[in-house]
Design a protein around this ligand. Structure first.
Ligand code: CA
Length: 224
């Protein structure tokens, strides 16, 4: 199981990571909201521990953005004990649980175990669109069972479209979710990447909706 810890207090970040590693998890660490947001959007974490007060991007905005992008991993928020409104906002933003600071590491470990248990069978890691299958946990894409090798950027684009299948996704939305703020944003490049993905998949599951964006058909019924 791979976890992400997003916490700007270096001591607390290290303590959490150490406890989780000792408990047998693989742990990535981020020390600000932007870094944490990026990692959570691009990597297939099984659960995330997210501080609410973070530099660059606050924890609630990070969480809201992940949920908007269809990221369904369990998120445990770290909140201030005396701020009940933080807890309400955290749940409304898509948090699955919270721990108030200061906390005992054992409680965090127990809550992570519970989140991982509950997420089995609820949060689907595989997305289907016709013959195309995308496993968001392993990053594997197959067409009729045959693996397709995509670059990480192509994968993120396809993954985003598959997360939002059944509705039109604009190029602007794709640019916003696929590039960091420093990147030279040019929505025309999206078209180039979509073209490459279509070529690699060999099946035309990505429809262009003229003037609006792209549409993947809603997932096929049954298997998942
Ligand atoms: Ca903090």
């Amino acid at each position: 199981m791979r976890l992400l810890v997003v916490e700007d207090d270096p001591d607390l970040n290290r303590q959490l990571a150490t406890a989780l590693i000792d408990a047998g998890y693989v742990v990535d660490r981020a020390s600000d909201g932007e870094e944490g947001h990026y990692l959570g959007e691009t990597e297939p974490y099984d659960a995330i521990i997210l501080d609410i007060g973070l530099p660059k991007m606050d924890g609630l905005s990070v969480l809201e953005s992940w949920r908007r992008a269809g990221r369904v991993m369990p998120v445990l928020m770290l909140t201030a004990r005396d701020r009940w409104s933080d807890k309400v906002q955290a749940f409304d933003a898509g948090a699955d649980d919270y721990v108030a600071k200061p906390f005992h590491l054992e409680e965090v470990l127990a809550r992570i175990r519970a989140l991982l248990r509950r997420s089995v069978g609820h949060a689907k890691s595989e997305f289907l669109c016709g013959p195309v299958r995308l496993d968001s946990r392993t990053g594997r894409v197959t067409v009729d069972g045959a693996p397709v090798k995509l670059t990480s950027h192509e994968y993120r684009l396809l993954s985003y479209l598959m997360h939002h299948s059944g509705r039109v996704v604009s190029r602007t939305e794709l640019v916003e979710h696929l590039y960091d703020q420093d990147f030279d944003r040019d929505s025309n490049t999206i078209e180039v990447f979509v073209g490459r993905i279509r070529k690699k998949l060999g099946v035309d599951v990505i429809q262009t909706v003229r003037g609006l964006g792209y549409l993947l058909a809603a997932p096929t019924e049954g298997r998942s």
